[in-house]
Design a protein around this ligand. Structure first.
Ligand code: GAL
Length: 893
C-alpha cells in the first residue's frame, strides 16, 4: 500500500517534471500579448487587470527550490512574480558574466512562465535589497572618475552596458510578453527619489537619462521607477511603503502601482525579529484596491537566505525570512499565506467591477468609516434606486479605519459590523465575503528539531543523547588554527593605513594589518608610574575591529563608523601589533556608496606613550587579505585534505580563529534542513563546499519585544518584534539539494570561540496546526466564481463555512489535541472549552482528519449531531499535531 502510493508519487512527480521541462524548453508560455497601461491599470492583452504580485529573489533560494516556491505562490493567488536582477552576482569580474546555478535568471523566468505567471523584472541595477553593496559589483568603485547614480559618464556607461545586456538576454530568450514570455514590466533604478537631492542638478539629469536609456532599449513592456515623484512621462512612478492607499502617481495617465508592500522586515545581528500581523497587511492591501490601486507586490512573498557573503549592511543577518507568507525554508507561514489567499480570491471576484469603473464612488459612512463602490455600468451615476437591478455588476469595499472600535455600518439598506482597522469586501455589493481582521486560515507553529527518527526505541534515544551531548553529528570533529596575521607570500608591505575595500576588493571579510612596535624601559615605567595603559585609537571604524598583541587577541569593537579606544598591554622590546578589519556585509543604502568604503577612517594612533602619540599611518604595515583557510579553500571537497587537521578534544574548546570539520548524514525525508549553530560565536559555515552564510550568536536586547501583538493601527518595523534576549539567528538553512545521503562535509570557521560539539543538524516542520472558524464566517472563497454572485446561484447550503486543515507536504495529522464545537476560548496551543461544547467534537474531527494530510470539516450542527446551544453563534476550534508520514510509515512496519 505504502509502496504503491510511493510509486504513484514518483510517477506523478516525473510527469510533472516532464511537463515543466517541456514548457521550459519550448519557452513559449503564452500566446504573445501586449502590455500597456492607462490611468486605471496595466492593460494586458487589451484588458485592464487587477494584479497580485509576489517578490521572490532567485539567488536567495536554489534552482531546486524555485518550482515549489512558484507553485506555492500561484496557489496563494499570486499572478505575478517580482524579482530584482543582482548585478554583482552576474558580473563578478568586469566583463565576465555568470548566469548559472542560483544566478540562472533565464531558467527562473522560464519557470515563472511555465507556471502561467507573469514576471516583473526590476533590473535596477542598483537594488538596495539588503544585498551586498546594493547589488553593485565592488569593482565598479575602481573605475576612474566614477560617481554612482548620478549624471556621471563612467557610471552611466557601466550601468547602460549591464541593463542592455539583461534586456538583450531576455529578448534573445523570448521572455517578453510580446514574444509569448512572462515579462510584463521592468524597473529602472530603485527609490532614487529618496537620495536625488544629494546630487543637485546631476540627480535630475540622471533620472531623465535613466528613463531615456531604458526606453531606448525597446523592451516593449512598461518601465517603472519606484519612489520617483519626478519620473518622466513614459515611466510609471510607483509606491513602496507599508501603506500605499493614499498614493497618487505623478500623472493622471498613470495607474496606481505598489511595487513594495513590506509584509515584514529584515533583521540585523543583535536585533529582534520583526513580524507584521496579517490582519494589518490584509487591511493595507484591501485599502489599496479599495482606493483605486491596481498592482500590488508583496516585498517579500518568499524572502529566503543570504547565502555566502551576499548579505548587505550594516549587519544584515543571513536569514532573509522577512516574515513573508512563504518562510525562509519554503514552508507556508500560516495564517499569513492562507489569509492572503482568501483576500486574493475575494479581490479576483471583484475584478470585473474594479476594471470596469474608471474610479470608485466614495461614500462617507462615519467619521472613520467609508465605502468605495465600483460598478460595471460606470455610466450610471450614483447609487440610485436602480442599483438592485445592476447589483451583480457592483463591488464594494467598506472600511472601518478606527484603530480602537468596531463599527456597525449601514450600506445600501443592509447593516454590516466591522472590527476595528478592517475592511469588508462585498463582491456583489451585498455579501461581505471577507473581512481583513477575521482570520479563518489555519495557524501553523513551526519548530526546528533533531531528526532522531532512525532511533527506534527510547533507551537507544537516551543512550544516543548521553553520548552525543544533544548533537546528532555522529562522527568526531577535527580542527586547525587559522594563523593570526600574515600567512603567505602574497602579502605586501607599504607605509600607511590603506582603506579596507581598496585592498580586499571584497574577496574576503578579513583584512590583516601587521607591524612591530618598540617599547622601551621608559615607556613601561611611565605606564606603571602614571597607572595608564596605551591604547589603539581610531577615529572611526566599521564593521568589526580586532587588535592582537604578540598573537593574543587584546580586544574587539563592533561599530558603524564608531570611534575606537582599545587599551592594550605591550612587553618591553619589539611587539607584534596586528589590526584586523572585518566587514559584515557592505553598505547597501544611501548616496555615494562608492565613497562609503569599510574598515578605518580618520586618524589611527597609539596613544598613551611617554613621548606622545604614535601616528600609525607613518609606520610600515604588512597587509594580508583574507584567511589562509579561505585561500586554500579548505571548506571544499578535495581541498580540505590539503591541511593537517588534528582531532578535537574538549580541552581545545573554546578557541578563537579556528577551523573545524566533520561529516554528517542527511536527515531522512524531504523536510527542510537547518544547521543549529547556537553553540558557536561568530564565523562562517560551508556544507559540501557551499557557503551557507555568515553566522553570529549576537543576542538581541532584553526589552523592546511586545507580549501581545495588536494588529490595530499603523504598522512600523518595531511594532511586533519577537526573540528579545536571544541570539538573532541560531538556525541556518542548508538547502536539500546541497546534501547527499551520507558523508556531508561541514566546515566551520569560528572567530570568537564556540563549542562545535554541540552543533546539530535539524529538521524544520510545522508540528502543530490550529484553526478557529465560526458559523458566521464565509465558506472557502476559492470555490466561488464571479457568476455565482451575478446569477444569484449562492444557496444556503453553499454558505456553510468550513474548517480546512493541512500539514506540510509529506506530513499527516497524527492526533487531534483539542477540538470543540461550541464556544471555545483562547488561541492556538491555549484553547479551552467554553460553556457550550458538543461532546462528540473530538471524535468528529479525528474521524475526518486523523491520518490525512488535509481535511475539511463543515461548521454545522448536522456534522456535530445537533445544536449544542440554540441561539448562540457556534465556533469550531481545533489543534492538531502533524508528523512526517515517512516516520509513521516506518513505525507501522
Ligand atoms: C526598500 C528597497 C528594498 C529593500 C526594502 C527594505 O526601500 O527598495 O530594496 O531594501 O526597502 O527591505
Amino acid at each position: 500500500m505504502v509502496a504503491r502510493a510511493r510509486g504513484e508519487t514518483v510517477i506523478q512527480c516525473l510527469s510533472l517534471f516532464l511537463v515543466i521541462h517541456f514548457l521550459v524548453a519550448s519557452a513559449n508560455f503564452f500566446k504573445p500579448f501586449n502590455v500597456t497601461y492607462d490611468h486605471r491599470a496595466l492593460i494586458i492583452d487589451g484588458h485592464r487587470r487587477m494584479l497580485i504580485s509576489g517578490g521572490i529573489h532567485y539567488p536567495r533560494a536554489t534552482p531546486e527550490m524555485w518550482p515549489d516556491l512558484i507553485s506555492k505562490s500561484k496557489e496563494g493567488g499570486v499572478d505575478v512574480i517580482q524579482t530584482y536582477v543582482f548585478w554583482n552576482g552576474h558580473e563578478p569580474i568586469r566583463g565576465q558574466y555568470f548566469f548559472e546555478g542560483r544566478y540562472d535568471i533565464v531558467k527562473f523566468v522560464k519557470l515563472v512562465g511555465a507556471n502561467g505567471l507573469y514576471l516583473h523584472l526590476r533590473i535596477g541595477p542598483y537594488v538596495c535589497a539588503e544585498w551586498n553593496f546594493g547589488g553593485f559589483p565592488v569593482w565598479l568603485r575602481d573605475i576612474p572618475g566614477i560617481v554612482f547614480r548620478t549624471d556621471n559618464a563612467p557610471f552611466k556607461e557601466e550601468m547602460q552596458r549591464f541593463v542592455k545586456r539583461i534586456v538583450d538576454l531576455m529578448r534573445e530568450e523570448m521572455l517578453f510578453s510580446w514574444q509569448g514570455g512572462p515579462i510584463i514590466m521592468l524597473q529602472i533604478e530603485n527609490e532614487y527619489g529618496d537620495i536625488e537631492h544629494s546630487f543637485g542638478p546631476g540627480g535630475k539629469e540622471y533620472v531623465k537619462w535613466a528613463a531615456r536609456m531604458a526606453l531606448g532599449l525597446r523592451a516593449g513592456v512598461p518601465w517603472v521607477m519606484c519612489r520617483q515623484t519626478d519620473a518622466p512621462e513614459n515611466i510609471i512612478d510607483a509606491c513602496n511603503a507599508y501603506y500605499c492607499d493614499g498614493f497618487k502617481p505623478n500623472s493622471q495617465k498613470k495607474p496606481m502601482l505598489w511595487t513594495e508592500d513590506w509584509d515584514g522586515w529584515f533583521a540585523t545581528w543583535g536585533g529582534s525579529l520583526p513580524h507584521r500581523p496579517v490582519e494589518d497587511l490584509a487591511f493595507a492591501v484591501a485599502r489599496f484596491f479599495e482606493r483605486g490601486g491596481s498592482f500590488q507586490n508583496y516585498y517579500m512573498y518568499f524572502g529566503g537566505t543570504n547565502f555566502g557573503r551576499t548579505a548587505g549592511g550594516p549587519f544584515y543577518i543571513t536569514s532573509y525570512d522577512y516574515d513573508a507568507p512563504i518562510d525562509e525554508y519554503g514552508l507556508l507561514s500560516e495564517p499569513k499565506w492562507g489569509h492572503l489567499k482568501d483576500l486574493h480570491a475575494t479581490i479576483k471576484l471583484c475584478e470585473p467591477a474594479l476594471v470596469a469603473a474608471d474610479s470608485p464612488q466614495y461614500i462617507k459612512l462615519g467619521s472613520k468609516q467609508e465605502a468605495h463602490v465600483y460598478r460595471i455600468d460606470s455610466h450610471t451615476d450614483g447609487l440610485n434606486s436602480t442599483w438592485h437591478e445592476s447589483q451583480s455588476g457592483c463591488s464594494a469595499f467598506l472600511a472601518n479605519i478606527d484603530e480602537c472600535k468596531a463599527a456597525t455600518l449601514r450600506f445600501l439598506g443592509q447593516s454590516y459590523t466591522l472590527p476595528p482597522w478592517s475592511v469588508s469586501i462585498l463582491p456583489d455589493c451585498r455579501n461581505a465575503v471577507f473581512n481583513t481582521a477575521k482570520v479563518t486560515a489555519q495557524t501553523s507553529i513551526k519548530s526546528v528539531e533533531l531528526d532522531l527518527s532512525y532511533l527506534s526505541n527510547v533507551s537507544s534515544l537516551q543512550q544516543f543523547m548521553a553520548q552525543n551531548e544533544g548533537s546528532n553529528m555522529q562522527t568526531s570533529w577535527v580542527t586547525i588554527k587559522e594563523p593570526i596575521s600574515v600567512w603567505s607570500e602574497n602579502n605586501f608591505t607599504v607605509e600607511g593605513i590603506l582603506e579596507h575595500l581598496n585592498v580586499t576588493k571584497d574577496q574576503s571579510d578579513y583584512l590583516w594589518y601587521f607591524t612591530r612596535i618598540y617599547v622601551s624601559d621608559e615607556d613601561i615605567a611611565f605606564w606603571e608610574e602614571n597607572k595608564v595603559r596605551p591604547a589603539v585609537t581610531i577615529d572611526s571604524i566599521r564593521d568589526v575591529f580586532r587588535v592582537f598583541i604578540n598573537g593574543q587577541l587584546a580586544g574587539s569593537v563592533i561599530g558603524r563608523w564608531d570611534k575606537v579606544m582599545q587599551p592594550v598591554q605591550f612587553q618591553k622590546g619589539y611587539n607584534d601589533l596586528v589590526l584586523l578589519s572585518q566587514t559584515v556585509g557592505l553598505q547597501n543604502y544611501g548616496a555615494f556608496l562608492e565613497r562609503e568604503g569599510a574598515g578605518f577612517k580618520g586618524q589611527t594612533k597609539l596613544t598613551g606613550f611617554k613621548d606622545g602619540d604614535i601616528d600609525l599611518s607613518n609606520l610600515l604595515w604588512t597587509y594580508q587579505v583574507g584567511l589562509q583557510g579561505e585561500y586554500l579553500k579548505i571548506y571544499g571537497q578535495g581541498n580540505n585534505e590539503m591541511v593537517e587537521w588534528t582531532d578535537l578534544t574538549h580541552d581545545d574548546i573554546p578557541s578563537t580563529f579556528t577551523w573545524y570539520k566533520t561529516y554528517f548524514d542527511a536527515p531522512a525525508g524531504a523536510d527542510p534542513v537547518a544547521l543549529d549553530l547556537g553553540s558557536m560565536g561568530k564565523g562562517q559555515a560551508w556544507v559540501n563546499g557551499h557557503h551557507i552564510g555568515r553566522y553570529w550568536t549576537l543576542v538581541a536586547p532584553e526589552d523592546g519585544c511586545q507580549r501581545n501583538c495588536d494588529y490595530r493601527g499603523a504598522y512600523s518595523s518595531g511594532k511586533c518584534t519577537t526573540n528579545c534576549g536571544k541570539p538573532t539567528q541560531t538556525w541556518y538553512h542548508i538547502p536539500r539539494s546541497w546534501l547527499q545521503e551520507s558523508h556531508n562535509l561541514l566546515v566551520i570557521f569560528e572567530e570568537t570561540g564556540g563549542n562545535p560539539l554541540d552543533i546539530s543538524v535539524k529538521l524544520r516542520s510545522a508540528h502543530v496546526i490550529c484553526a478557529h472558524v465560526s458559523e458566521n464566517h464565509y465558506p472557502p472563497l476559492q470555490k466561488w466564481v464571479r457568476s455565482d454572485f451575478i446569477d444569484g446561484k449562492i444557496s444556503v447550503k453553499d454558505m456553510t463555512p468550513e474548517m480546512q486543515l493541512q500539514c506540510q507536504d509529506g506530513h499527516i495529522i497524527s492526533s487531534i489535541e483539542f477540538a470543540s464545537y461550541g464556544t471555545p476560548q483562547g488561541s492556538c496551543q491555549k484553547f479551552s472549552r467554553g460553556n457550550c461544547h458538543a461532546l462528540n467534537s473530538l471524535s468528529v474531527v479525528a474521524k475526518a482528519c486523523q491520518g490525512t494530510n488535509k481535511c475539511n470539516v463543515a461548521i454545522s450542527n448536522a456534522v456535530f449531531g445537533g445544536d449544542p446551544c440554540r441561539g448562540i453563534v457556534k465556533t469550531l476550534a481545533v489543534e492538531a499535531r502533524c508528523v512526517s508520514s515517512t516516520k509513521v510509515g516506518f513505525s507501522q512496519y
